[in-house]
Write a protein that binds this ligand. Sequence first.
Ligand SMILES: Cc1cc2nc3c(=O)[nH]c(=O)nc-3n(C[C@H](O)[C@H](O)[C@H](O)COP(=O)(O)O)c2cc1C
Length: 481
Amino acid sequence: MALNDIREYLAVLEQQGLVRRVTEEVDASWEIGCMVKWGFQAFDEKDRFGFLFDNVKGTDIPVATGALGASEAAYAVGLGVEPHEINAKWEEALLNPIAPVMVDNALCQEVIIDGDDVDLGALPIPVWTPGKDAAPYITAIVVTRDAVTDVQNYGIYRTQVLGPNRAVGNMSPGRQGYQCIKSWHDRGEAAPVAFVIGAEPAMYYAAVTTLPFAVDEATLAGGLKQEALEQVKGHSVDLRIPARTEIVIEGFIHPGEMAEEGPFGEFAGYMGPVGERPVIRITAITHRQNPVFYGLASQMPPSESTTMQSLTNAGQLLKVLRHDLGEATVADAIIDKTFGGLLAHAIIAVRPGAPGNGKRIGRLVASISPCKRVTVVDHDVDIRDQEHLNWAMNSHYDPARDTVIIDDVFVPMHMDPSVRIRGGNTEPGSKIVVDATSSIDAGDISIPDRAIMEKAMTSWTKAGLPEITIPKRLRMRLDRA
Ligand SMILES: Cc1cc2nc3c(=O)[nH]c(=O)nc-3n(C[C@H](O)[C@H](O)[C@H](O)COP(=O)(O)O)c2cc1C
């Protein structure tokens, strides 16, 4: 069943122990950011959980964070599937988008604050890297609309609070949100913008994808939910806003109005640089009765942002490879969860193909994805199991023969500390493709066949040895034995 709002999602996670409620009073200016850091840095993914801070100093608005990207398990709940079904869910949703519908009355507009009453200080906006970030940051879904085509864009861009009704957003050139804003400025008009805080999970996950410019991510959110997303017209901006949202901040970006943004702790594990970015003049804040503020936890990986981006980008990559490019040998794909799916490590499983298929697929992935490293293995390797992967690398890969270095690659970000900057410009970077598919038939594998192994399991049990949960790599090996 589709989750209709973030409250339903948090309730399911809490039941499953994937969200912990904190009832002690906390200060959003430092405690929330630091406590989330403890959670992500100190626990392995299988033990990680999101947070619901019920008692935030100076406000009656609770803060939820770290839940949408706590782990594969928490992310899967948001998609309404089991963790092993995440990639398939993305393929299905991308192939079957559903257009949103407009509603007249929306939860997100139960309370409307506009004019001189607008005050970002009334919201519990956390400082995520206390002592280092420039200010509290709203990391929310940013809705923009192209002035010419009317198509909306949804992206997640960090946004720094400048004052009661002013903020500055990290909408970098190249991002589709920036292109939408530019389309208004090219006409000499202010661009409408809305920050969507605490939307339904499908909308968050859809906003992370980069779809072709003419495609509205709200249709993808519908595909994920398998029903149309409800939208409502903004109170002070002509934008279509996801209706089942907790809090919406509306405003305009006027041509040429820029301010210094940053520093802000970033996904690469370092403080992101300071730069001139567009200023948002806030015109209204609308919200549900008794709203929950949802803040996305980013910064030092692994973080909520790196988990969300890696899982989303892997699902999208798989769909593009198999359905748009017709690469039928591609069986599975993951992106490591430590670098946000960007400049990261993609691992692709492929079925046997024509000679050179592994290298070819690897080069293809390197050119269509922002990943810096690409490893290709056979389809009977569990790409989520480091031990199985290492075995494939050690037993199949010859560095001189099976490595491709791609140089002179444009690197769009200043976030990767390996990228050199010269004369204010980013120097080209490079990529590596490792083809660890088996290029010869190495013969039968050295594990007894299934029948005799299963018989020995009876002996194991009789001997009173501890119960075995068969790992996927062993199941795959038994299938081959
Ligand atoms: C928590 C989080 C924070 C993010 N912050 C930024 C950001 O500040 N700037 C940016 O360009 N992308 C950021 N991203 C990545 C973009 O949201 C993502 O790539 C999205 O596809 C961009 O949308 P667009 O391609 O429609 O512009 C962030 C992602 C997450 C999950």
